[in-house]
Design a protein around this ligand. Structure first.
Ligand code: NDP
Ligand code: HSE
Length: 438
């Protein structure tokens, strides 16, 4: 029988509330989530209104009570900052409890000490949410890419600054106004200077470098330039020259410099960088992040997705909790497999009739180049309840014309009825192509 696993949440702000709301609604998610119980929650202000309901007897303003509670098996630290976060993490480890944290500031500075204490205590400290928000990058670096010799990790790893730079480039938006918006959306750090001065990205690239190259680096030695002194005109000029401006973080393996201890030389930096418009990182806009990992033999792989915000970050935090829960269940059972690694089925699924599927469509008709053909096609779609996004005629000549239609989202059944009716219309010779359209 599955054992309940008590979760102690330190912090109920942007990320903490996202975690609580996933734990409060397990339906449709991995069944292990239903075995997790939000046992205690620490906040600073008990009177503050929260987007998620927590029974008042589980709330406390003393985070030590959460860590020490015997019903708490896994401690989730989403308070942020260095202290008391570091001390609370160490306290949980000393009590033999595994920890999940989204706190890159504390991991970039005290990760070695924390990892050593966790190894000695035989517990896990998992940090998927600390880099890239909802993007899985920590576990892929630790596990899925483990066979590679990594050459370079680079990318956009701060959502707030990417949001600001995208809005400046796309709309000429004002830097301070967009920063305020990013704060309201829950993307920015408690002190947003950490974002705009590049320190948050530096924390994250220090963590990624440590994982990718196998050894911790000195966080304070990472050369860091943020975007706070960037002028709107630089973004304009870069755009005119065919570039986007991104705050890039890079960590790369360099040629051996003959270090007597055999230490691996790395180049690590955070700085505003012009990226050619056709580069994969140029299209990463808004709060999205992307991390390019280059290695042998994989070549280049890119991880992309929302880099900040309540839901995406909570997604990564809860994934870490599930990893720990899976291991706990494995250890407490008489044999069997880790339920996450084994990926066994946990419900039944079936395919619906394709007429129930809804999608946008691209269709191309061969027609006569005659008056009224486009009108008849448009009317026929309308009669079948298919809404058209665009209809364009190409290659009109004596031999005929090609008419391309892109529809709004519609059920496949209605679409098939419309196509059948249209191919019988006078002037329509054939349906030449029909694809889905995202
Ligand atoms: P918030 O400021 O929104 O939330 C912090 C929470 O911690 C609040 O609930 C606050 O209580 C509580 N808290 C602060 N100090 C104490 C204390 N001494 N004792 C008890 N509770 C305390 O931060 P976020 O949720 O945005 O960030 C949390 C962590 O996650 C940070 O390390 C951040 O870097 C990281 N992170 C954030 C992301 C994001 O998109 N926001 C993305 C990825 C990582 P109260 O509510 O009462 O003030
Ligand atoms: N402030 C951070 C950012 C949160 O904007 O990327 C996610 O780590």
């Amino acid at each position: 029988m599955a054992t309940r696993i008590g979760i102690g949440l330190l912090g109920l702000g942007t990320v903490g509330a996202g975690v609580a709301s996933i734990l409060n609604s397990p339906e449709g998610r991995h069944p292990l989530i239903a075995d997790l119980e939000l046992a205690r929650v620490a906040v600073r202000d008990l009177q503050r209104s929260r987007p998620v309901a927590i029974p008042t007897d589980r709330l406390t303003t003393d985070p030590n009570e959460v860590v020490d509670d015997p019903n708490v098996h896994v401690v989730v630290e989403v308070i942020g900052g260095i202290e008391p976060a570091r001390t609370l993490i160490m306290r949980a480890i000393s009590a033999g409890k595994s920890v999940v944290t989204a706190n890159k500031a504390v991991i970039a500075r005290h990760g070695e000490e924390i990892a050593a204490a966790a190894a000695a205590a035989g517990v896990y400290v998992l940090i998927e949410a600390a880099v890239g928000g909802g993007i899985p990058i920590i576990e892929p670096l630790k596990q899925s890419l483990g066979s590679n010799r990594i050459e370079r990790v680079s990318g956009i790893i701060n959502g707030t600054t990417n949001y600001i730079l995208s809005r400046m480039a796309d709309e000429g938006a004002d830097y301070h106004a967009v920063l305020k918006e990013a704060q309201e959306l829950g993307y920015a750090e408690a002190d947003p200077a950490a974002d705009v001065d590049g320190h948050d990205a530096a924390d994250k690239i220090a963590i990624l470098a440590g994982l990718a190259f196998g050894g911790p680096i000195e966080r304070s030695a990472v050369p860091t330039t943020g975007i706070s002194n960037l002028q709107g005109r630089d973004v304009d000029y870069a755009t005119q020259l065919g570039y986007g401006v991104k705050l890039l973080a890079v960590a790369e393996r360099l040629e051996s410099d003959g270090d007597p201890m055999g230490s691996l030389p790395l180049g690590v930096r955070v700085q505003p960088t012009l990226v050619p418009k056709d580069h994969p990182l140029a299209g990463v806009s808004g709060v999205n992040n992307a991390i390019l990992v280059e290695g042998d033999p994989i070549g280049r792989v890119m991880f992309y997705g929302p880099g900040a915000g309540s839901g995406p970050t909570a997604s990564a935090v809860v994934a870490d909790i599930l990893n720990i829960a899976g291991i706990r269940q494995l250890n407490s059972s008489d044999g069997g497999l880790d339920p996450l690694l084994a990926a066994s089925s946990w419900r039944s699924c079936h395919l619906v009739d394709s007429s129930r599927i809804r999608q946008r469509n691209y269709v191309r008709f061969n027609t006569e180049d005659a008056p009224g053909v486009i009108g008849r096609i448009g009317s026929c779609f309308g009669e079948q309840g298919v809404s058209i996004q665009s209809i364009v005629q190409f290659d009109a000549c004596d031999e005929g014309a090609e008419i391309v239609v892109i529809t709004h989202e519609v059920g496949n059944g209605a679409m098939q009825n419309a196509l059948q009716a249209i191919t019988s219309l006078p002037g329509v010779r054939s349906l030449a192509a029909h694809f889905g359209c995202f």
